[in-house]
Design a protein around this ligand. Structure first.
Ligand SMILES: NC(=O)c1ccc[n+]([C@@H]2O[C@H](COP(=O)([O-])OP(=O)(O)OC[C@H]3O[C@@H](n4cnc5c(N)ncnc54)[C@H](O)[C@@H]3O)[C@@H](O)[C@H]2O)c1
Length: 319
C-alpha cells in the first residue's frame, strides 16, 4: 500500500514540474505546487486543479517559506538561456537563495529534498560522455554563468547541508529534456525546430549543425527523478539523468521536418553563428543511474517527437 506523502514541488507549474506533480498525484500523494509563474503557467496545471490533493501557492523561492511537508523537489529556476539571461541576477538568486531557503525548510521539518541540477554544471565539457566525477569546464563570467554557476553553488549547498546537518539530499543532473508543455518560444532546439517546421519556416541552425545533443523524453526523466527521491538515503547523487542517444543538431532538424511532414519541400535551413559558450557536444554517462536506480530511458527520439508535435500543433493553430 502506498502511504500518502505531502510533497512540495517548487517550479511545479513549469514544463518538468507539471509532469512531476501529475505523476505524484496519480500515485496517490498530496502535492503542493509552489511557483512564481515566471516561466510556468496555470495552463500547465489546469487539469490538476480539480484534484482535492493538489494545492497551488504563488511564491518566489528567493523568499523563505514555512510549510509542513515530507519531501521537496526543488525545480524552481528558469531553464532556457532566453529566460535565465533575461534577469541574470534574479537567476543566480533563484538558484542560490532558492536552494538555501528550501534546504532550510527541509532541515526544519526533517524533509527529504531533491535538487534539479543540470548538465550545464559540466559547462563546455572536455570529456565525453560526461560521468558524474567530471568536474566541468565552466566560464564563471560568461552569459551562461548565472545559471551554470548558480546551479553549481546549489549543489555545493546541498552537500554542505548533508555533511553539516545530516540532511537527506538527492541531486539529479538533468540533461536536455523535451515533451509536451515545453515553452514554444524559449529558444530551445526541439521547440524551435518543431514550431518552425509547423509554420513552414526555415529551420535555424546555429553553427554548421554538427554539434551533438542528447534528448530525453519527459516521461523517462520524471520516472528517473521519482526513483532517485525514493532510493535509499545513501544514494545522494549527483546522478546524471538523460538519454545517451547522441544526435547532431542537423539530424534532429531533418527528423522533425520529416515527422511534421513538409511534403515535397526540402528542409530549408537558416544558418546563424554559435552563441557564446555554447557546448559543441554533450551526452550523459548514465551508468550510475542504471546501477543505483535501475533506470534507463525507454522512449526513442522519434517516438518522443511524435508525442510532442501535437502539443505544438495546437499552440501554433491557436496563433
Ligand atoms: N528541461 C530541461 O531540459 C532541463 C535540463 C536541466 C535542468 N533542468 C532543471 O529542471 C528545472 C525545471 O526546468 P523546466 O524545463 O521545467 O523549466 P521551466 O521554466 O518550465 O520551469 C521552471 C519553473 O520554475 C518557476 N520559477 C522560476 N523562478 C522561480 C522563483 N524564483 N520562485 C518560484 N518559482 C520560480 C517558473 O515559473 C517555472 O514554472 C529547472 O530547475 C531546470 O534548471 C531542466
Amino acid at each position: 500500500m502506498h502511504l500518502r506523502k505531502r510533497i512540495m514541488v517548487t517550479g511545479g507549474a513549469g514544463f518538468l514540474g507539471s509532469h512531476l506533480c501529475e505523476k505524484l498525484l496519480n500515485r496517490g500523494d498530496d502535492v503542493l505546487c509552489v511557483d512564481n509563474f515566471f516561466t510556468g503557467t496555470k495552463d500547465n496545471i489546469l487539469h490538476l486543479m480539480k484534484n482535492p490533493h493538489f494545492e497551488v501557492m504563488r511564491h518566489d523561492v528567493t523568499f523563505p517559506l514555512y510549510v509542513e511537508v515530507d519531501e521537496i523537489y526543488n525545480l524552481a529556476c528558469p531553464a532556457s538561456p532566453i529566460h535565465y539571461q533575461h534577469d541574470p541576477v534574479q537567476t543566480t538568486k533563484t538558484a542560490v537563495h532558492g536552494a538555501i531557503n528550501m534546504l532550510g525548510l527541509a532541515k526544519r521539518v526533517g524533509a527529504k529534498i531533491l535538487q534539479a541540477s543540470t548538465s550545464e554544471v559540466y559547462g563546455d565539457p572536455e570529456v565525453h560522455p560526461q560521468p558524474e566525477s567530471y568536474r566541468g569546464n565552466v566560464n564563471p563570467i560568461g552569459p551562461r554563468a548565472c545559471y551554470d554557476e548558480g546551479k553549481r553553488c546549489a549543489e555545493t549547498l546541498f552537500f554542505d547541508y548533508h555533511r553539516q546537518s545530516n540532511l537527506r539530499i538527492r541531486v539529479a543532473r538533468i540533461f536536455n529534456t523535451y515533451g509536451p508543455r515545453m515553452h514554444p518560444n524559449d529558444g530551445r532546439v526541439v521547440s524551435n525546430f518543431i514550431v518552425q517546421a509547423l509554420k513552414g519556416e526555415p529551420i535555424t541552425l546555429y553553427g554548421d549543425g554538427t554539434q551533438t545533443r542528447s534528448f530525453c523524453y519527459v516521461d523517462d526523466l520524471i520516472e528517473g527523478l521519482v526513483r532517485l527521491m525514493d532510493a535509499k538515503d545513501s544514494v545522494t547523487g549527483p546522478v546524471n539523468l538523460g538519454n545517451p542517444g547522441e544526435f547532431t543538431i542537423r539530424e534532429l532538424a531533418e527528423t522533425v521536418v520529416r515527422l511534421v511532414g513538409r511534403k515535397g519541400k526540402k528542409p530549408a535551413f537558416k544558418k546563424k553563428p554559435l552563441p557564446a559558450d555554447d557546448p559543441l557536444q554533450r551526452c550523459p554517462d548514465i551508468r550510475l543511474a542504471k546501477k543505483v536506480l535501475e533506470w534507463a530511458p525507454k522512449v526513442r527520439l522519434e517516438e518522443g517527437l511524435k508525442k510532442t508535435i501535437p502539443y505544438f500543433r495546437d499552440i501554433v493553430a491557436r496563433g
